[in-house]
Design a protein around this ligand. Structure first.
Ligand SMILES: [Zn+2]
Length: 322
């Protein structure tokens, strides 16, 4: 059961160039600058942080999740100078298509490193985020589903067949669920604000997967105002037993920090400390079930000081042996 020693932070300077246009848009480059600042505070005796640039994901891997027609439309829309793709939420600039390929590539770089260096904490700080993007639809600031592409890569490039994706962003990852709802080998587990009250309106507890994938989708919706205690209970009662039954070969974490009580993108009321709890428990699960193979990929988190603090707590938790 290896516990992590080294911290590998995967990012790319071009992520800062993804232009979401008007000033009120919450998904801004400053989010990654805040994370970068906090990264400095994580160093300490015996702790090594290495920084790796993400490589671009090749189109072959993107097409495991998205349709060719959608990719073409995305590229054409970006290059045409239009301000958004499909919906005004999905603001984009001339370079967004290329930058989105680099965002999808971060997870693949992380997975290659996780296979080489198992006892490492691996965090990918990317933008644009991904978990709302569907096969042929951009949604909620997301264009390419970074986490879903990474799951297929881990299966096909490294023959880790059973992948568990744990999504603790405040919103349901409709795109990840849609990609794998018929797949018995990818288990999607999501903790999020109840869809009756929250974007995107999916992720009811009754959604368990379909066909051969029935039973490998687990939605744990939380009422507005829910905080640390509700998450800790759901984790012990539902997530840990589900993973013990499923026996994953690798974990991918959709790490969104917008459930923080100061983040106005949800009605959830998590403290920064909750993210330390999540980091510790996820590290323990990865050590127990899959020799430490785990990669975390950034999703949401829009209140900058809370994002920084929550990221820092999460990484400290990932790095802290129980
Ligand atoms: Zn979110």
């Amino acid at each position: 059961m290896p516990f992590p020693k080294n911290f590998i932070h995967i990012s790319h300077p071009r992520y800062l160039e993804h232009d979401t246009g008007f000033s009120e848009h919450p998904e801004v480059a400053e989010r990654l600058e805040e994370i970068k600042r906090r990264l400095q505070t994580l160093t300490g005796p015996g702790r090594v942080i290495s920084r790796e640039p993400a490589g671009p994901a090749s189109q072959d891997w993107i097409l495991k999740i998205h349709s060719e027609d959608y990719l073409l439309r995305f590229e054409e829309t970006a290059l045409s100078g239009l301000s958004h793709f499909g919906h005004p939420d999905n603001q984009l600039g001339y370079d967004t298509y290329e930058i989105a390929l680099l965002a999808a590539g971060a997870g693949l770089t992380g997975i290659d490193l996780a296979e080489k260096e198992r006892a490492a904490v691996i965090f990918c700080s990317v933008r644009p985020p991904g978990h709302h993007a569907e096969k042929a639809m951009a949604l909620g600031f997301c264009f390419l589903n970074n986490v879903a592409i990474a799951a297929r890569y881990w299966q096909e490039q490294h023959q880790r067949q059973r992948i568990a994706i744990i999504d603790f962003d405040a919103h349901h990852g409709n795109g990840i669920q849609a990609a794998f709802e018929e797949s018995p080998e990818v288990f999607y587990l999501s903790l999020h604000e109840h869809p009756t009250f929250s974007f995107p309106g999916t992720g009811f507890a009754e959604e368990h997967g379909t066909g051969r994938g029935r039973g490998t989708t687990l939605n744990l919706p939380l009422l507005p105002g829910a905080g640390d205690a509700q998450v800790e209970k759901a984790f012990s009662r539902h997530i840990e037993p589900a993973l013990a039954d499923f026996q994953p070969d690798a974990l991918i974490i959709a790490a969104g920090f917008d459930g923080h009580r100061l983040d106005e993108m949800s009605g959830l009321a998590y403290s920064s400390n909750l993210y330390r709890f999540l980091g510790q428990r996820l590290t323990a699960l990865a050590a127990h079930h899959c020799q430490g193979r785990m990669v975390s990929i950034l999703e949401g988190g829009y209140h900058l000081p809370s994002l920084g603090e929550s990221f820092s707590e999460y990484c400290s938790g990932l790095w802290q042996s129980p």
